[in-house]
Design a protein around this ligand. Structure first.
Ligand code: NAD
Ligand code: TYD
Length: 342
């Protein structure tokens, strides 16, 4: 199996590459990543000289580059690359439109022409919008994105769908709930709360803290992607989630308990504009059809995540002061600029 992974220097992509090379020692992976602020080659330092792994710095919206990469035989694409932070999309969504919409379209278009055998598009539960207390979204539910981030992901998700419907290009779409775990950039809820609490800084909880998310440990997501890659049916959508939405305040309190810190650190701050109240997924399809189940409960996953951040102060410090950007620049400059041969 020869894979092109996009966005593999980010949180889920880097966890996926490490997981996949462990689970499939014969697999080959090319990682295409633009190295935005969210892409960090530190995340992949343990496999950077793995014989079956190659890194290419570049943009998924660059059709010439994609064309050159796909001139080598690639069996499947796993497309993670995206702008991903809701708060940034509220401030300015330009990059979200460019990467998430135009970038996905470009990748689909070149991959179709190169007859790539499988295209796994990594989407999100945020495309279903905010749900009420007794609702959960299944794969047929309405797409009702509310934030500019969710709108850009919904647009890319619909382009992926259209390539199956129109050209029978073998696209499979996954829509996963919120992930957490090692290597998540500390602008997202869980790593932000952990890194603040480690330094006894205030934990900013938006609004009343009663918004709900269905938190999934990142390695469970990686195993689900592996199953979909292996056995997901072309043209289908698979929801992925733990199956138990939890209020933000409950997550933050649990973290403080695990870390032995006082709840006095919690600070309620102004709410996010258009803040979705509740995400909830019906994940019956992937469980019944592909036999996937999450293995890590929230308390265990949070404890492991806290432990990881505690044991990686240098990683945290470098993301906070931007040092890793210099590291990535150096890494890239020292690399042979020719495209990798698989
Ligand atoms: P992330 O922000 O940590 O990483 C994104 C990666 O994409 C970075 O390495 C960045 O450098 C790269 N990238 C950005 N623009 C690019 C471009 N134009 N060309 C090439 N690379 C580019 O994101 P993440 O949290 O790992 O999410 C990965 C994917 O999973 C995204 O598509 C996201 O929408 C989806 N998703 C995330 C979650 C979550 O909770 N994090 C949940 C469901 C789905
Ligand atoms: P986030 O990690 O940004 O993921 P998403 O918005 O994609 O679900 O936020 C998760 C939840 O945590 C969301 O309801 C917003 C909330 N939140 C806070 O309360 N404080 C924060 O500092 C952050 C970053 C998020």
């Amino acid at each position: 199996m020869k894979l092109l992974v996009t966005g593999g220097a980010g949180f889920i992509g880097s966890n996926f590459i490490r997981y996949f090379l462990r689970a499939h020692p014969d697999a080959h992976i090319v990682n295409l990543d633009k190295l935005t602020y969210a892409g960090n080659l530190d995340n992949l330092s343990e496999i950077e000289s793995h014989p079956n792994y190659k890194f290419v710095r570049g943009d998924v919206a660059d059709s010439n580059l994609i064309n050159s990469i796909l001139s080598q035989p690639i069996d499947a694409i796993v497309h993670f690359a995206a702008e991903t932070h809701v708060d940034r999309s509220i401030a300015d969504a330009q990059a979200f439109v460019r990467t998430n919409v135009l970038g996905t379209y470009t990748l689909l278009d070149v991959a179709k022409r190169k007859r790539v055998g499988r295209f796994l598009h990594i989407s999100t539960d945020e495309v279903y919008g905010s749900l009420t207390a007794d609702e959960s979204a299944n794969e047929q539910s309405h797409i009702q994105p509310n934030s500019p981030y969710a709108a850009s992901k919904a647009a890319s998700d619909m382009f992926a769908r259209s390539f199956w419907q129109t050209y029978q290009f073998p696209v499979v779409i996954t829509r996963c709930s919120n992930n957490y775990g090692p290597y998540q950039f500390p602008e997202k809820l869980i790593p932000l709360m952990i890194t603040h609490a480690l330094h006894d800084m205030k934990l900013p909880v938006y609004g009343d803290g009663l918004n709900e998310r269905d938190w999934l440990f990142v390695e469970d997501h990686c195993r689900a992607i592996d199953r979909v890659l292996e056995a997901g049916r072309p043209g289908e959508v698979y929801n992925i989630g733990f199956g138990r939405p939890v209020k933000n305040l409950e997550v933050v309190r649990l973290l403080l308990r695990i870390m032995g810190k006082s709840e006095d650190l919690i600070e309620f701050v102004a709410d996010r504009p258009g803040h979705d109240r509740r995400y909830a997924l019906d994940t019956g399809k992937i469980r019944a059809e592909l036999g996937w189940e999450p293995a890590v409960g929230l308390e265990q996953g949070l404890a492991e995540t806290v432990e990881w951040y505690r044991n990686h102060p240098d990683w945290v410090e470098r993301t906070r002061n931007g040092e890793y950007l210099t590291y990535c620049e150096k890494f890239y400059r020292n690399r042979d600029a020719t495209l990798p041969q698989l």
